[in-house]
Design a protein around this ligand. Structure first.
Ligand SMILES: [Fe+2]
Ligand SMILES: [Fe+2]
Length: 293
């Protein structure tokens, strides 16, 4: 899959496996990512328009796994009576999409650079998927061995080896391209660094809803820009800075988390979240006043 951090809307310090609701939301985020990756990877094939055929073949093999993962997770969630709608709040995939520099992905004009970029982008998200699934399986082995937990573990255990295969074919392609010449190696390394920074920024955006998250997102955006050639940086930043600062998805996620905590534990909401929001609002007002002055 192109992976989506599952615990993005879990308040810091909560134990996802100890909370059935959050656990099911997590699984639904996996389902959503698996389903979405079919669409995104198909788009890559269309953009490559048949070139090179061996890459189209490997991509199509990869794509054929993803709807099966979505199907297994959907079957599981429906069996458990869980929601299979679009998950609430910040989406890792949308943030990853937004941060990706499509303006420099153009197979028609520069096939090789676009292939390197596409492979590096796919590879880094597949790696994250493997990390998450491994951690989830580990957590489930420590958790009480209820029928439900066992079913969930068995489903993730079916998916993980195929995700590892997705990482492997990407590594093989990137390795072969890097071996072509020192210049190729440099391009591959640079692409790996860039997409690792983009992926990390998208990952953190899904995890971080606390005060100051917008500013940390800007810092991450600068990290991404720093992996690019100097002349590409201004355009990249100018197109993304406004939304990073306003972060409407972040506000939505915060509201969503508050609703959920309110239903479950009003006292925690008052003690932990209200001061955070009030401080956040105060910070915004202070900044506005500073800007006016
Ligand atoms: Fe995958
Ligand atoms: Fe998958």
């Amino acid at each position: 899959m192109w992976f989506a951090p599952a615990l993005g809307d879990a308040p810091k310090g909560s134990r996802p496996l100890g909370d059935r609701d959050l656990h099911l939301v997590t699984l639904n985020r996996y389902r959503y990512s698996e389903q979405r990756s079919c669409k995104d990877l198909t788009e890559v094939i269309e953009q490559l328009n048949g070139q090179p055929p061996e890459l189209i073949r490997d991509l199509s093999h990869h794509i054929s796994d993803e709807p099966r993962h979505a199907m297994w997770l959907t079957d599981l969630l429906v069996e458990l009576g869980a929601n299979v709608g679009t998950p609430p709040g910040s989406s890792y995939i949308d943030e990853f999409d937004r941060l990706i520099d499509r303006e420099f992905f153009n197979p028609e004009h520069n096939l090789e650079d676009s292939i390197i970029a596409g492979l590096a982008a796919i590879n880094v998200t597949e790696k994250r998927g493997c990390e998450y699934f491994s951690a989830h399986i580990y957590a489930l082995k420590q958790a009480p061995q209820t029928e439900e937990n066992i079913k969930i573990r068995q489903t993730i255990e079916k998916i993980l080896p195929e995700e590892a295969g997705h990482v492997r074919w990407g590594n093989r392609w990137l390795g072969q391209l890097a071996d072509k010449s020192p210049e190729h190696r440099q391009k591959v390394d640079q692409a790996k660094r860039k997409y690792a920074a983009i992926e990390q920024a998208a990952f953190e955006a899904g995890m971080d809803i606390t005060l100051g998250a917008e500013l940390r997102r800007v810092a991450n955006l600068l990290e991404v820009a720093n992996t690019m050639p100097v002349w590409q940086r201004p355009q990249y930043l100018m197109e993304r800075l406004p939304q990073t600062l306003l972060a409407p998805d972040l506000q939505r996620t915060r509201i969503n988390v508050v609703e959920r905590v309110w239903k479950r534990d009003p006292q925690t909401l008052i003690e932990r979240f209200v001061p955070m929001f009030l401080n956040g609002l105060k910070g915004m007002q202070d900044n506005r006043q500073k800007t006016k002055a």
